[in-house]
Design a protein around this ligand. Structure first.
Ligand code: BGC
Length: 806
């Protein structure tokens, strides 16, 4: 039973609240007096993180704004893309004219020191005030040296390595004149049909939040003006990951509680980490396109979270409010976007077309334009561009930084860490390097283009990536024979089986068959939704044909989403999930296949058995009729009649070449008080024959709540290295803040009552302990979502926005 009698109300500051409090060193934030103060605190945090010298910057920008015409200010809010030619990025001549006319504040998709310099020269030398351009680019998982796709990096559960990967990406991109990356993508995604699941950190709030913070730190470092850092951009705000039916750009509709408990926390974490910019999303949320949502942009982002950076739209998403049926035309859409808090228009060109007239008509306040321009100019100032507009564009540095050996080594290391061993029957892996005959087969075995996945920035798809075949050849001894056949195709409409014969021929004489199968690189990422999660093309048929030979078979998966691989899970001996492993992918996979690296990755996302189970994620609710595999009457239970409820592979799952055993859990107390800390310890032993790493995971379940609670929630993890035979005690510290959620009245807090705690190597961890939270602790008071979420919400802070939706 809950002990609701003792109910403590603590109003903790937004900036003080920590969701990372689950580590031993965590210290609870001090209480503050009011939420208003909390918002103020957040502002200070971000400006401090940006190293602001407000004393010098603010007067400089005041003076600059005083000199600027309305058109010049609007020009700063305009972001246009560079195009592509065979020789590299180019700029449409009309856009060059726009730059010279002061109608462009920022350019994206432009890189290389010389090319960005040539555009910068136009802005500096040909515009009246010489305000430098800001250069943005999608540097998502590497710039030239490509790391594993973001979902793959998340599978490493290695925050230091993820931060380091972002830093390498920033270093390379900044040397080519880039100032700003459109990353991290922090959308929680629980529907693998959605191709963009590959760009985020998976399904879990806690893991995604930690990774989001690590990436912001990695990109931005300690100093925005440093030449090896980039401005980061948290995207896509918000709830883009829950597109209905997994179809990209589709509607999202969800409860306020789901929004606040699941989809907003990673964004809030990036704001707390000092992210410089945020990007709106393409979707509408509960009826309001996010790019025109005063609730998201004004109320939550600016007022409650105190965000002081600038907000950019996604690509033409202001214009898209017209087909959404939310704006009558582009002018109306422009008015809605600017008045609700958008500062920069990506590629829609609607600000330059319509803002001036809207100001003259009195529908947009001049102050609002000034505020948006100020935020963008402030970022240029922080980057040091007013001191030297060309400071990032340095051919020598570019030469030195791109593909540095350390960068390639970091990419290889990250790739090894990202791989998840899904199956390893009879210890088939690791393979020995000598005296074997290996048949390497599949459309992904020797495909450079696929190795780096989607959103691979300036990554080379032709020469640089190391394929699996190349990696294997480089790893094995002279007395190991390696043969190769592509065998089949991975296009959706591939039916041609003529390559099967070659594949069968080399497989017949081999000791082990290594299959490289999955998805073609552009089947994941943006606009890559699928209705089936099966291996496409002739791959399944080829796999089945080869299985008939009865040889040991390893499946190396390359893909950007969970796949339904039920047949392989039963029939193939070993399965290694490698995602798209990046420039050094082939070497990294070989490191794992031959045991130079013992796999340590854990799934950041559930692998379902079938599309029909979607959405399937580990922290679901119990329902009123939970299915019990051991129960007697099972008909009227929450279950499928043609499939188990369970996934093929659960969240947090991943094997190693060694084994780990867990002791019972030890709690320092069976009770936690408000303001108190409870520690849970477990001794983990490497009980196998090899050194290895384990991701020790802590989950909790709140047994009774004022609203129903998930069956498990990740609240902490530690990745540890244990030599064979070695044991280590791992301790987690939990505080009431770690148990908080949006309660029945939408206040945010932890409720007194009984909890279960689980520790283990996956979300199905079996070691458990019970504890009681003695007091209800409210960390933030309730807000009124019903009123604020109305599509035509009238902000009281923004006089223009409050006028009308007109
Ligand atoms: C994507 C964004 C990306 C932008 C710029 C859009 O289509 O949704 O994630 O940052 O393009 O390339």
């Amino acid at each position: 039973m809950k002990k609701l009698a003792k109910s403590l109300i603590f109003l903790w500051g937004v900036s003080g609240f920590t969701v990372t409090g689950c580590v031993v060193s965590a210290v609870p934030a001090p209480p503050v007096d009011s939420v208003a103060e909390a918002a103020g605190a957040a502002e200070k945090v971000s400006r401090t993180l940006w190293g602001d010298n407000v004393g010098a910057m603010d007067p400089f920008i005041d003076a600059l704004l005083a000199k600027m015409t309305l058109e010049e200010k609007i020009g700063q809010l305009n972001l246009l893309t560079s195009g592509w030619d065979v020789t590299g990025p180019t700029m449409n001549e009309d856009y060059k004219d726009d730059i010279a006319a002061g109608k462009v504040g920022a350019v994206f998709n432009a890189f290389t020191a010389s090319y960005t310099r040539s555009l910068q020269k136009i802005a500096v030398e040909q515009t009246r005030l010489g305000i430098p351009l800001l250069f943005g680019y999608d540097v998502i998982h590497g710039h030239r040296t490509i790391f594993p796709i973001s979902l793959g990096e998340a599978a490493s559960w290695d925050l230091a390595a993820i931060e380091a990967a972002a830093r390498v990406a920033a270093t390379e991109a900044a040397a080519e004149g880039v100032h700003w990356t459109f990353a991290p993508m922090v959308d929680i995604a629980r529907d693998p049909r959605w191709g963009r699941i590959s760009e985020g950190s998976g399904e879990d709030v806690y893991l995604s939040t930690q990774i989001a913070t690590a990436r912001v730190k990695g990109f931005q470092g300690e100093d925005l003006a440093a030449l090896d850092t980039l401005l980061a951009c948290a995207k896509h705000y918000a709830a883009y990951g829950q597109a209905q039916g997994g179809r990209d750009y589709h509607t999202t509709d969800m409860s306020e509680r789901e929004l606040w408990d699941t989809y907003l926390p990673p964004f809030q974490a990036t704001v707390e980490a000092g992210v410089a910019t945020l990007m709106t999303a393409f979707n509408d949320l509960n009826g309001v396109p996010t790019t025109g949502s005063a609730y998201l942009l004004d109320d939550i982002l600016k007022t409650r979270w105190g965000f002081e950076g600038f907000v950019v739209t996604d690509y033409t998403s202001i214009n898209e409010m017209v087909p959404h049926g939310f704006a009558r035309d582009n002018r109306h859409a422009t008015q809605l976007a600017i008045n609700t808090g958008v500062d920069m228009d990506m590629q829609g060109a609607v600000f330059v077309d319509h803002l001036k007239a809207l100001v003259l008509e009195g529908k947009v306040a001049r102050d609002r334009i000034d505020a948006a321009a100020r935020k963008i100019l402030a970022m240029k100032y922080r980057l040091g561009l007013f001191d030297d507009p060309y400071r990032y564009m340095d051919e020598d540095r570019q030469q030195r930084e791109i593909y540095k050996p350390e960068n390639l080594q970091a990419a290889r290391d990250m790739a090894r860490k990202s791989m998840v061993l899904l199956k390893n029957a009879d210890g088939l892996l690791p393979l020995r390097k000598n005296g074997l005959s290996l048949a390497v087969i599949g459309p992904l075995a020797d495909s450079k283009a696929d190795m780096i996945g989607s959103w691979a920035a300036a990554g080379d798809r032709h020469d640089k990536p190391v394929t699996l075949l190349e990696g294997i050849r480089a790893a094995v001894g002279d007395d190991t024979k390696v043969t190769y056949a592509r065998g089949g195709g991975y296009e959706f409409d591939d039916t041609d089986r003529s390559g099967f014969a070659d594949a069968m021929a080399i497989a017949r004489t081999a000791d082990v068959i290594i299959l490289a199968m999955g998805e073609k690189w552009d089947m994941t990422g943006e606009a890559a939704s699928r209705t089936s999660l099966d291996l496409p093309g002739t791959q399944p048929a080829l796999m089945r044909a080869l299985r008939e030979l009865g040889k040991p078979m390893v499946l190396v998966l390359m893909n950007g989403r969970p796949l339904t691989i039920n047949w392989a899970a039963t029939e193939v001996d070993a399965i290694l999930e490698t995602w798209y492993a990046g420039t050094m992918g082939g070497f990294a996979i070989a490191d794992v296949l031959f045991g130079d690296y013992n796999p340590s990755g854990k799934l950041p996302v559930t692998f379902p058995r079938s599309v029909g189970q979607i959405p399937l994620y580990y922290n679901m609710k119990n329902t009123g009729r939970p299915y019990d595999v051991n129960g007697v009457e099972q008909k009227y239970r929450s279950r499928y009649i043609d499939s188990p409820n369970t996934p093929l592979y659960p969240f947090g799952y991943g094997l190693s070449y060694t084994t780990f055993t867990y002791s019972e859990i030890r709690l320092d107390s069976a009770q936690m008080a408000a303001g108190g800390t409870l520690t849970a310890s477990v001794t983990v032993t490497n009980s196998g024959a090899r050194d290895g790493e384990e991701v020790v995971q802590l989950y909790v379940r709140d047994l009774v709540g004022s609203v129903t609670r998930p069956v498990r929630e990740l609240k902490g993890f530690q990745k540890i290295m244990l030599k064979k035979g070695q044991s280590q005690t791992v301790t987690f510290a939990l505080q009431p803040a770690d148990l908080a959620f949006h309660r029945r009245d939408m206040s945010y807090g932890a409720e007194a009552g009984e909890f279960k705690l689980f520790i283990g190597g996956s979300s199905e961890a079996v070691k458990e302990a019970d504890f009681t939270l003695l007091d209800t602790v409210v960390l933030r008071p309730a807000h009124s979502p019903q009123v604020r979420a109305l599509p035509h919400y009238h902000s009281t802070r923004n006089p223009i926005a409050s006028l009308t939706h007109e």
